[in-house]
Design a protein. Structure first.
Length: 414
């Protein structure tokens, strides 16, 4: 399973915190054996992007970091940011895994919860003056802990958490439609209302799956003098990783989020009759060479070649659109024109072949394109928003065999 997993630490935490704690370090090592793991650096962490210290800015930062086909693992205070971001723009994200949710003060007040442990933020503030990991964490790599704390701009994070505490999730009403898993990590504190975070997560994501481990509970959520009954251990990391991998494997089995590109030669029958068999065969060979050269240059995977047309898949919709444009331009030297259609959606993967509604849609979109036109679906246009790709006004069409109206957008001339 070669999936990409974007790990979102609590918004006050640096990725180096993983190296300081045995259980999460073990979990990440296991996940990296099976997936492509990236631990995200929030603003306020050394090496992270620049941003205002507000929760609204963090939503924008995260939206720019999402990539088609990735899965997101959000922890602690990052869960709320992930919920809002993914409800606004999923950018082709395949699933969300959340654990150890800590809610902002305003949201807790609106919900009427008095003793919910909004502990990621509280935990940071409790240890911030000392800049040290708490003794209650048991076997901590003190040197790694110092590195994790020194990587933070503590003044920035204090301002951020003030903004974060003003986040009203009830007003924002995040509506995440991705497959979601909530990994319940029971806190080890006497005054924690067990299961509260899980029920609140299900309130915002009613269809989420729920599993239970104990990995993260004593990593983030602590207060001076709290009664920690079971310190974390490396074996807990194995359990946490196993739960996540099992979920990702089920999500990934048989389907993948891909961008499909269809091309075909305009008036191919007319050209074939005019050229004769030999000239037509030579022209097709030149056409195929141009298409394959551009597929290689843009990271495309050739799936099928039906005489005068190609089907290819891409991990990136932007690369698919740029590849289509390059093919359209390149074949004009042969005295022919092609049309191209690009669509992003869940594809059924059957060995080297792909199928499903998304593939049918891509073929119909290509058939709707004009000569030398690159026509994309709305999903593609939305996914490449913010890039240098520009599109003309959309047109509403019906696609044969597919329900409803579709908005299609021609690529604007460079």
């Amino acid at each position: 399973m070669a999936e990409r997993l974007l790990v979102l630490p609590p918004i006050w935490a640096s990725p180096e915190i993983v190296d300081a704690l045995p259980a999460p370090a073990r979990a990440v090592r296991i996940l990296r054996d099976r997936t492509e793991v990236e631990i995200f650096r929030w603003p306020g962490v050394r090496g992270g992007p620049s941003s205002d210290p507000t929760w609204q800015a963090f939503v924008e930062v995260l939206s720019r970091a999402l990539r088609p086909g990735c899965h997101v693992l959000a922890l602690g205070t990052a869960v709320s940011i992930a919920l809002i971001t993914l409800s606004r723009i999923s950018a082709g994200t395949r699933s969300l895994v959340a654990s150890d949710w800590a809610l902002p003060d305003v949201t807790l007040e609106r919900l009427g919860i008095g003793n919910f442990a909004a502990a990621s933020a509280a935990g940071y503030r409790a240890r911030s003056p000392g800049r040290r990991m708490p003794a209650t964490l048991g076997k901590v790599d003190e040197q790694a802990a110092d590195v994790a704390q020194e990587a933070l701009d503590h003044s920035y994070v204090d301002n951020l958490l003030t903004s974060w505490d003003s986040l009203d999730l009830l007003a924002e009403s995040p509506d995440v439609t991705l497959p979601c898993l909530y990994v319940e990590a029971p806190l080890e504190f006497d005054d924690y209302p067990e299961g509260e975070a899980t029920q609140l997560f299900l309130r915002f994501v009613p269809g989420a799956e729920v599993r239970r481990t104990k990995l993260w509970s004593v990593i983030q959520n602590f207060r001076p003098g709290a009664n920690v009954t079971e310190p974390a251990n490396p074996q807990a990391g194995e359990e946490f990783a196993a739960v996540i991998l099992e979920f990702l494997e089920r999500i990934s089995a048989g389907t993948r989020l891909l961008t499909v590109l269809f091309t075909d030669i305009v008036d191919s029958t007319v050209h074939a009759l005019e050229m004769g068999d030999q000239r037509w065969a030579r022209m097709l060979a030149d056409h195929h060479a141009i298409v394959r050269r551009q597929l290689k240059a843009h990271g495309g995977h050739e799936v099928d070649n039906a005489g005068d047309g190609f089907l290819a898949t891409f991990e990136s919709p932007a690369r698919a659109v740029r590849c289509a444009a390059a093919i359209v331009e390149g074949v004009q030297a042969l005295g022919i024109e092609v049309r191209a259609g690009v669509h992003t959606g869940e594809c059924e993967v059957m060995g080297e072949k792909v199928g499903g509604v998304a593939v049918h849609a891509g073929a119909r979109i290509a058939a709707s394109a004009g000569p030398s036109e690159v026509l994309v679906s709305r999903s593609v246009r939305d996914l490449v928003a913010g890039s240098d790709l520009q599109f003309e006004s959309g047109r509403t069409v019906t696609l044969k065999g597919l329900p409803g109206d579709w908005q299609l957008y021609p690529l604007a001339a460079a």
